[in-house]
Design a protein around this ligand. Structure first.
Ligand SMILES: [Zn+2]
Length: 327
């Protein structure tokens, strides 16, 4: 598949050489649903961002200036209560340290959220290569965090570096999943490094081969190397993908992935809530309109995330609504 243009709906300037996010994109005033339809199976939103207030504020400032206007400027507790009020069953909560020295604080914050909201599955973060990186992650796991989240565009790491070997070793040792944004898109010239220089499906393939016990998830279906990632989930049992923002026809109206062509037990639904320029359920609606077989849909919406993030049955059943859904 070729890299799609940014779209007619956005009217944004397109510069083929500098990625999808070459200019700030507009807000969409699409209608939001009241809640998840009751005929759908149990749902995990496997890609939700939670930060302390002041970090959320600077993330939104960045998005407003370089990305897209954030429709849901909510504090972490409001994000969780909003999604649960819509009948989302469980939330996988992500954050990342944009510089060394703050990961311990972020992880303690996330662990506090998970103990208040047991249906939230929180990830730990670290700045790869920072002092005591392994110790920071171990502490996060001891505090109850369920995996690791990293973002190459913000943290500028190279996935075959010694710093990343350390992260892989800790994840493997503690049998924790690693979700890392290492696709090249959506690239912004405002990022501190060029994702096209540090990210590629080839590099990940070498890491998967040399680390067969590492469980990795690449968000955004590996954008924009979709074909490579689709092939790699067939070839490597230790690779998962999430759909986040690739189905909503916002970053690209031209690219409509045929999810039925992807290995169904390796794709997870994720929204990127609350950092969205459109309705909270836009991606979900598109996913459900794809006429996937019922068992594939149940895997994509919840079962795959339960397997990847080891979401216990107990944590799934904390919402009484889930009792009626297909767990
Ligand atoms: Zn995200």
């Amino acid at each position: 598949m070729k890299k799609p243009p940014i779209t007619e709906i956005t009217g944004a300037a397109v510069n083929e050489s500098s990625g999808w996010l070459n200019a700030p994109l507009p807000k969409l005033d699409d209608v939001e649903g009241e809640k998840i339809p009751s005929n759908l199976p149990w749902i995990v939103d496997a890609h939700v961002h939670l930060f302390p207030d002041e970090i959320f504020a600077s993330v939104w400032q960045w998005f407003d200036k370089y990305g897209w206007p954030i429709r849901y400027k909510m504090r972490a507790s409001e994000v969780i209560e909003f999604l649960f009020s819509k009948q989302v069953g469980n939330i996988v909560a992500l954050h990342y340290a944009h510089k060394p020295g703050i990961a311990r604080m972020l992880n303690a914050y996330m662990a506090g959220i998970c103990s208040r909201y047991p249906r939230v599955i929180g990830m730990a973060t670290v700045f790869p290569g920072e002092k005591d990186a392994a110790g920071i992650l171990e502490e996060g796991f001891e505090q109850g965090l369920s995996g690791v989240k990293l973002h190459a565009h913000v943290q500028c790491f190279e996935i075959e570096s010694a710093a990343m070997q350390e992260v892989y070793s800790v994840c493997i040792h503690y049998n924790k999943p690693l979700i890392m944004h290492i696709g090249r898109e959506p690239k912004s010239p405002a990022y501190p490094c060029d994702p096209y220089e540090i990210c590629s499906a080839d590099r990940l393939e070498r890491v998967l081969k040399t680390h067969p016990d590492l469980k990795a998830c690449v968000p955004h279906l590996g954008a924009d190397e979709f074909d490579d990632y689709r092939r790699m989930i067939e070839a490597y049992d230790n690779l998962w993908l999430d759909t986040t923002m690739t189905l909503a026809q916002y970053l690209s109206v031209d690219w409509s992935p045929d999810l039925s062509a992807f290995r169904p037990d390796r794709i997870m639904y994720g929204s990127d809530f609350p950092n969205l320029p459109y309705a909270w359920d836009r991606e979900l609606k598109r996913l459900c309109s794809m006429d996937l077989p019922a068992d594939s849909l149940a895997m994509l919406l919840g079962k795959n995330a339960a397997e990847f993030y080891s979401i216990t049955r107990e944590r799934r059943l904390m919402n009484s609504e889930n009792l009626e859904r297909n767990l």
